[in-house]
Design a binder for this molecule. Structure first.
Ligand code: ATP
Ligand code: MG
Length: 236
């Protein structure tokens, strides 16, 4: 594989009569590269993640794992991507946590028993092994976020697209999740406002502003400074 994710001059608007919310985005993520996607509310982070799996209409060219995204390829492309939605409720389908996480593997033809054996270590590493028989609909926000992340990780996809993975986590869970993501050799693009979390996981930082890439750099020091300046030292 040459590239895990490639955007060539990509622009997105939700409807033809709307203004573009992403404009002329070009971005390449190498296999195994971990990239943070930063930017203020409404800058286009979630839209960019959605466009990478064909959930919003786009102009330009997007490739995932060297396959160009089109109507014909979007299904196999989605099989190659672990996606964590910002609102985890959107991806919970089953009445019990273990079945819900195992489902991705069963869809790939892995028998239920083996699927569940593979799920358990991931649940353990995310601190949710005790939730296996619980209903996903009765979990706390942070528990639900961990369950959804386990679902994104379990098939060991070559690309992870994670929308605010640390948003609902407590400080312990946040650190453990960062450690887990940092230990994977999977390419990932992580939309987040949590610069500290991004610095623990990522070695490249892309900043979106009003739908364009404002900054793309490998230095967490520089990104910290940039972030504090652009937010008026709100987090300093
Ligand atoms: N379904 C939609 N239809 C029309 N416009 C939308 C839709 N979803 C998002 N937008 C607009 O697209 C722009 C980018 O939104 P997006 O959700 O990508 O931002 P974001 O960077 O993820 O913000 P946040 O930090 O709040 O999550 C915003 O102006 C938003 O209002
Ligand atoms: Mg968002």
């Amino acid at each position: 594989m040459e590239s895990a994710l490639s955007f060539r001059n990509v622009s997105v608007r939700y409807r033809p009569e709307d203004p573009f919310v992403l404009r002329g985005i070009s971005l390449d993520i190498a296999p195994g590269e971990k990239v943070a996607l930063l930017g203020l509310n409404g800058s286009g982070k979630t839209t960019l993640l959605y466009s990478a799996v064909g959930l919003v209409p786009f102009e330009g060219c997007i490739s995932v794992c060297d396959v160009e995204l089109s109507r014909a390829t979007e299904r196999p492309i989605r099989d190659n991507v672990g996606f964590l939605f910002g609102i985890p409720d959107d991806q919970i389908l089953f009445p019990n946590v273990l079945d819900d996480i195992s489902f991705t593997l069963e869809c790939r033809g892995i028998l239920r028993e083996e699927a569940q054996q593979r799920v358990l270590p991931i649940m353990k590493s995310l601190g949710i092994e005790t939730l296996a028989t619980r209903s996903p609909h009765r979990l706390s926000h942070g528990e639900l976020q961990r369950v959804a992340l386990a679902g994104a990780l379990v098939s060991n996809p070559p690309l992870l697209l994670l929308d605010e993975p640390s948003a609902a986590l407590d400080p312990v869970g946040r650190k453990e999740t960062a450690r887990l993501l940092a230990s994977l050799d999977t390419a990932m693009l992580i939309a987040t406002h949590d610069v500290g979390f991004a610095c623990l996981v990522c070695n490249r930082f892309v900043v979106l502003a009003n739908g364009v890439i404002e900054e793309d750099c490998p230095s967490s020091e520089r990104i910290n400074r940039h972030w504090h300046e652009s937010t008026g030292n709100a987090n300093a």
